[in-house]
Design a protein around this ligand. Structure first.
Ligand SMILES: [Zn+2]
Length: 120
């Protein structure tokens, strides 16, 4: 069986770090050949991440009130909420992509080679 986390261009395993470094599931770069890759049908994973980030931002004022801080303190609480939610989403979705049933595919497949270039 083909390694599902192998680069479809060069065949080497891309390694989970390459997936961690990607800001979006369609901006993964093979560390071996540099090909831009994506996990097929994974675009919708961005939607729950946006929902979690919005929920995190919406609950930050409540946390700030509980902690009795306002102004710059409340801004730090918001930043902490967003960093915690973003980090949790990153870990959850990298593991989902890596161990789930998503398949890697090249974003920009190589164009066909034209053998009749001299015919112009
Ligand atoms: Zn590759």
């Amino acid at each position: 069986m083909r390694d599902k986390n192998a680069c479809p261009v060069c065949g080497a395993n891309i390694g989970i770090v390459a997936v961690f470094k990607a800001p979006l599931p369609n901006r993964i770069f093979c560390p071996h050949c540099g090909a831009r890759l994506r996990y097929r049908n994974s675009w919708w994973l961005v939607l729950p991440v946006i929902a979690v980030m919005l929920a995190s931002a919406a609950t930050a004022p409540g946390t700030a009130q509980l902690l009795g801080v306002n102004g710059a303190g409340a801004a730090l609480v918001l930043l902490g909420h967003l960093l915690a939610a973003g980090g949790a989403c990153e870990v959850a979705f990298v593991l989902l992509l890596w161990y789930g049933s998503f398949k890697l595919e090249p974003v920009n497949p190589r164009p066909p080679v034209w053998h009749d270039a001299d015919d112009f």
